[in-house]
Write a protein that binds this ligand. Structure first.
Ligand SMILES: Cc1ncc(COP(=O)(O)O)c(C=O)c1O
Ligand SMILES: Nc1c(O)cccc1C(=O)C[C@H](N)C(=O)O
Length: 426
């Protein structure tokens, strides 16, 4: 933690020295408004707006021919997005495709990779993962006639917020077929060591999948080098593709040719697709794991959004993100030490993702008070306030302002006028 006092002057100097500062103008930010929820839904950029409008224009100008004509031909958009995403996750272009959502892609890849046999019938996961992932695992087990109560193992958390990598490795027994973990835990923001876990699982003959929802666009990955078997993610968080934006998936090239568990005509080799045969000839790349017609209007914004990541560079994004979250934690130590807040995310750079996670017994009412003061946090039941300063559009001075607004709310008990319970969307 820093020793010298952080002042407004300190943070202004950080903003002046910030070479990502120029990207702020690319986004629709409201004046005097502090958006700290880009880990749930990122903000609209002008580039994303432009590529979405271009898709509409292509439809207007070309009708059905838009599949192959126009500025952004729809037939190849999922592959193009995959290519553009590959550098963000350390993948080869043919290992990535944008399609579906996290949950549907997870169903697809569990159907593809989970092949219980006499020896291996179990899936290893953790008790802190997002519910949808666990629901998908349970339904896939049931489709195989396996009872989740016996065949789903969930690594327990000691503190209710973080996982011990050693505990995960200890659970890797001979009867486990597949391991699924989040890269960054959605509540606490803990970053799991993907390389270490993958290596340990492979030594035990276990297939490894990761849910990158809370790390893609916030930090770099090396999925190909680390040998991860498959991964899924959404693009509406740090990648700013908009609500319901297209998801993505990665299948390591060592699995090229593996038959998709859930086939559809968009799993086809593109040259053969319109032969309309009843025997699927799958694409020879990650495209094989698509199912049906791509959702073009939910994919097009990502084209523009990814341009920004290419210009900024994911290493620089991570560097600034760490600086922002470190500043936030330092200000908590300096200004909010007696506000009853506890930092739930790991403090070390190599163990935390892109958001800061604060625990407070009145977290729900504090979040409501923050919203009324033009700060957008999010609340996760029962007691977590998540704050995500985003490298491409949050300034250091924004973080400073937010911390003083939070201090004022708690010290002056402004949150007491709100009910300490969640809203419908938390
Ligand atoms: C870790 C994680 N997994 C899964 C989901 C669900 O994703 P989707 O609704 O896009 O399928 C989310 C967020 O909604 C998430 O944060
Ligand atoms: N996917 C969401 C949605 O459809 C509505 C509201 C929020 C979300 C989210 O993405 C929540 C997010 N995954 C989380 O970490 O809590």
């Amino acid at each position: 933690m820093t020793k010298s006092k952080i002042t407004r002057d300190t943070v202004r100097k950080l903003d002046q020295a910030d070479h990502l500062n120029k990207f702020r103008n690319e986004f629709y930010l409201k004046e005097e408004h502090y958006y700290m929820d880009g880990n749930s839904l990122g903000l609209l950029s002008k580039r994303a707006e432009h590529t979405l409008l271009t898709a509409l224009q292509d439809w207007k100008n070309h009708g059905i021919e838009g599949w192959t004509e126009g500025e952004q031909p729809w037939f190849y958009m999922s592959e193009k997005l995959g290519e553009m995403t590959a550098p963000l996750i350390g993948a080869k272009p043919h290992e990535v495709i944008n399609t579906g959502s996290i949950t549907t892609n997870l169903h697809q890849l569990l159907a593809t990779f989970f092949k219980p046999d006499n020896q291996r019938t179990k899936i290893l996961a953790d008790e802190l993962n997002f519910p949808s992932d666990i629901y998908a695992i349970k339904s896939q087990l049931e489709l195989h006639g396996l009872d989740p109560a016996d065949h789903l193992l969930q690594v327990e958390s000691e503190d209710g917020y973080t996982l011990s990598e050693e505990d995960i490795i200890t659970e890797m027994s001979e009867d486990i077929a597949l391991l699924l973990l989040p890269s960054v835990l959605y509540r606490s923001g803990q970053l799991v060591d993907i390389e270490k876990i993958t290596k340990a699982a492979h030594e035990k003959g276990i297939i490894v999948g990761f849910d990158l929802a809370h790390s893609i666009g916030a930090l770099p990955h090396q999925l190909n080098e680390w040998g991860v078997d498959f991964a899924v993610w959404c693009t509406y968080k740090y990648l700013n593709s908009g609500p319901g934006g297209v998801g993505g998936l990665f299948v390591h090239e060592k699995h090229t040719g593996r038959k998709p568990g859930l086939a559809g005509w968009f799993s086809s080799n593109k040259e053969k697709q319109f032969d309309m045969g009843h025997t699927l000839i799958p694409a020879e790349n990650a495209g094989a794991y698509q199912i049906g017609t791509p959702h073009i209007m939910s994919s097009a914004p990502l084209l523009g959004s990814l341009e920004l990541f290419h210009e900024a560079g994911i290493e620089s994004v991570r560097e600034k993100s760490l600086q922002l979250t470190r500043l936030m934690m330092n200000l908590i130590h300096q200004e909010l030490y007696d506000c009853g807040l506890k930092i739930a995310n790991p403090l070390e750079d190599q163990h935390r993702g892109g958001h800061v996670s604060l625990i407070h017994p009145e977290a729900a009412s504090i979040c409501k008070a923050l919203k009324d003061e033009n700060v957008v946090p999010d609340f996760r039941s029962p007691n977590v306030i998540r704050l995500a300063p985003i490298a491409l559009y949050t300034s250091f001075e924004d973080v400073y302002e937010v911390m003083f607004i939070l201090k004022d709310i708690i010290m002056n008990e402004k949150h007491k006028q709100y009910k300490n319970e969640r809203g419908i969307i938390a």
